[in-house]
Design a binder for this molecule. Structure first.
Ligand code: SAM
Ligand code: SF4
Length: 437
C-alpha cells in the first residue's frame, strides 16, 4: 500500500505538534487477534560509532567514513520490504538504536519515518525514540532530530564519574553528560531517559549511590540501571582476565541494585521492569511491546525482529536476524530488498516461554487475559497452580499467582533469573501433558 508522498510529510509535521506525552500504564484492553497481527513496533539499527567502548559487544563498527545516502536508501528499502512481508499496517513505535544513531544525520531519521508513514499507519503521537550519546555541544543536533520526528531520547550517560567514564572508554565527560541531559530536557520535556551503569570494576556502593543521587537532581522521568556484563572479546574483559583490573564484585553489584531501586522508589519512580524506572507515566512504550511479546520489525545490520509472515498459517511467528556487517547487509538489501540472514520459526512452546520470561520482567507480570491471547487452552492456574516448586516460591513471597495473573514481588523481580529456572521446566512439563485437541 503506497500513499502519496504528501501524507508522509504531513506525518512529520503532525508528529511535531503532537509531542504530547503518551502515557502507558501497562495493562490496557487487549486488541483483537487481527489488530495484533497487523501492528508492530519498529527497531532501526545504526551500526556506527566514533570509538569502541571497553565493555561493549553490540553490533557496531568504527568506520573511516559512512556512505550515508546509500545506507539511508537501504534502510528505507528494507523497511518497505519487511512491512510488506509481514502485512503489518500499523507501526506503534519506532526506536533508533545502535551503535550511535545520534551520529546519523537527522535527514536519515526523517527518511525512515516518512517511508514508514507511506507504507503503513504511523500515528502522529507514536513514540519515536533515538539513542543519543552525550557530546560537548548537543543543542542544535538534538533539535534537528526533533524536527525529523524524534519525540523521545535515551541518553547513554553510563556514569557521572570522569575516571569511570575513562575506564569505560567513553568519549564524553560527566559535565558533557549533564549538559546533554539538560539540553534534551529543554527540547523533549518529560520524554528523556538516561542509562546508568553499575557494578564496574572497583566501584564502591557509596560513591555509586552518590552518583544516583546527583542524577536525581538533574534527570527527567525515566532511568535505566544496567549492571555491567563482562562480555568476552571486549577490552574490559581482557583487562580483568589479565588481572589489570579487579573483577566486578557480584555481591556489591547486587547491593547497588537493591539500594538503587529503593532510592528510585522513594523518589517516586515506578520500577516497571527489571532495569527500568519511570515516574509520571513515562514508560517506554516501545520496550513495553518487547516485554509483552508484541510483534516487531527490525531493520539495519544485525537488527532482530519477530513477526508472523504474511500468509503463514497458525501461530508460526518467526525470529528474524539481519546480516551483521553493514557493507554485506547493504549488498543484500540492494539485491533482494532486505538483508535477512536468518529466519527461525518459533514453535507455540517457544513463544509461550518468551511470554513467560519477558512478561515476568515487568511489574504487571502476565495477566490471565494476556496469557490467554497466546494460550487459550492451558490457564496460568493449570500450568503453575499445582506445582510444589512454584508453591514454595509463592510461600516465600517471590511470586504472586492470583485473580490478576502471575507476577514477581518486589523481592522476586531482583532474582528473576533463578525463578525462571523453576518456572520454565514447569511450563515445558505442562505443555507436554496438554491434551491434543
Ligand atoms: C545499545 S547500548 C548503547 C547505546 C549508545 N551507543 C551508548 O553507548 O550510549 C544501550 C545501553 O546498554 C548498556 N550496555 C551496553 N553494554 C553493556 C554491558 N556490557 N553491560 C551492561 N550494560 C551495557 C549501556 O548502558 C548502554 O547505554
Ligand atoms: S557502548 Fe555505545 S558508543 Fe560505545 S561502542 Fe557500544 S554502541 Fe558504540
Amino acid at each position: 500500500m503506497t500513499l502519496p508522498q504528501v501524507r508522509a510529510r504531513d506525518w512529520v509535521a503532525a508528529a511535531k505538534t503532537a509531542q504530547r506525552r503518551h502515557r502507558a500504564e501497562g495493562a490496557a484492553v487487549p486488541p483483537s487477534p487481527k489488530a495484533r497481527r497487523q501492528s508492530a513496533a519498529l527497531y532501526v539499527h545504526w551500526p556506527y560509532c566514533k570509538k569502541r567502548c571497553s565493555y561493549c559487544n553490540f553490533n557496531k563498527y568504527i568506520p573511516r567514513g559512512v556512505e550515508e545516502a546509500a545506507f539511508r536508501s537501504c534502510l528505507v528499502t528494507e523497511a518497505r520490504t519487511l512491512l510488506q512481508l509481514s502485512g503489518v499496517r500499523r507501526i506503534e513505535s519506532v526506536f533508533f538504536g545502535g551503535g550511535t544513531p545520534s551520529l546519523a544525520s537527522p535527514h536519515t531519521v526523517a527518511a525512515v519515518l516518512e517511508a514508514v508513514a507511506q507504507a503503513a499507519h504511523l500515528p502522529s503521537d507514536a513514540e519515536v525514540t533515538l539513542e543519543a550519546n552525550p557530546t560537548s555541544s548537543p543543542g542544535s543536533r538534538l533539535a534537528a532530530f526533533g524536527k525529523a520526528g524524534v519525540n523521545r531520547l535515551s541518553i547513554g550517560l553510563q556514569s557521572l564519574d570522569d575516571t569511570e567514564l575513562q575506564l569505560l572508554g567513553r568519549t564524553h565527560s560527566a559535565s558533557d553528560a549533564l549538559r546533554t541531559l539538560a539540553e534534551a530536557r529543554r527540547l523533549f520535556p518529560g520524554r528523556v531517559s538516561v542509562d546508568l551503569m553499575l557494578g564496574l570494576p572497583a566501584q564502591q556502593v557509596g560513591s555509586w549511590l552518590g552518583q544516583l543521587q546527583e542524577l536525581l537532581r538533574h534527570c527527567d522521568d525515566h532511568i535505566s540501571l544496567y549492571q555491567l556484563t563482562l562480555e568476552r572479546g571486549t577490552a574490559l574483559f581482557t583487562q580483568v582476565q589479565q588481572g589489570v583490573l579487579p573483577a566486578p564484585d557480584a555481591e556489591l553489584s547486587a547491593e547497588m541494585y537493591q539500594k538503587g531501586r529503593a532510592v528510585l522508589r522513594k523518589a517516586g519512580f515506578r520500577q516497571y521492569e527489571v532495569s527500568n524506572f519511570a515516574r509520571n507515566g513515562a514508560l517506554s512504550t516501545h520496550n513495553w511491546q518487547y516485554w509483552q511479546c508484541g510483534q516487531y520489525l527490525g531493520i539495519g545490520p544485525g537488527a532482530h525482529g519477530r513477526f508472523l509472515p504474511q500468509g503463514a498459517r497458525g501461530h508460526c511467528r518467526e525470529a528474524r536476524i539481519q546480516t551483521l556487517e553493514p557493507d554485506n547487509w547493504m549488498k543484500e538489501v540492494k539485491l533482494c530488498g532486505h538483508g535477512t540472514r536468518k529466519r527461525v520459526p518459533l514453535s507455540e512452546l517457544d513463544l509461550l516461554e518468551e511470554v513467560l520470561a519477558m512478561g515476568l520482567r515487568t511489574d504487571v507480570g502476565i495477566t490471565h487475559q494476556h496469557w490467554q491471547q497466546f494460550e487459550p487452552q492451558l490457564t496460568l492456574w493449570d500450568v503453575f497452580g499445582t506445582s510444589q516448586e512454584v508453591k514454595i516460591l509463592l510461600e516465600q513471597g517471590f511470586l504472586l499467582l492470583d485473580h490478576r495473573g502471575l507476577r514477581c514481588s518486589w523481592e522476586g523481580l531482583a532474582v528473576l533469573d533463578s525463578l525462571l529456572l523453576s518456572l520454565l521446566p514447569q511450563l515445558q512439563e505442562a505443555w507436554q501433558q496438554k491434551p491434543t485437541p
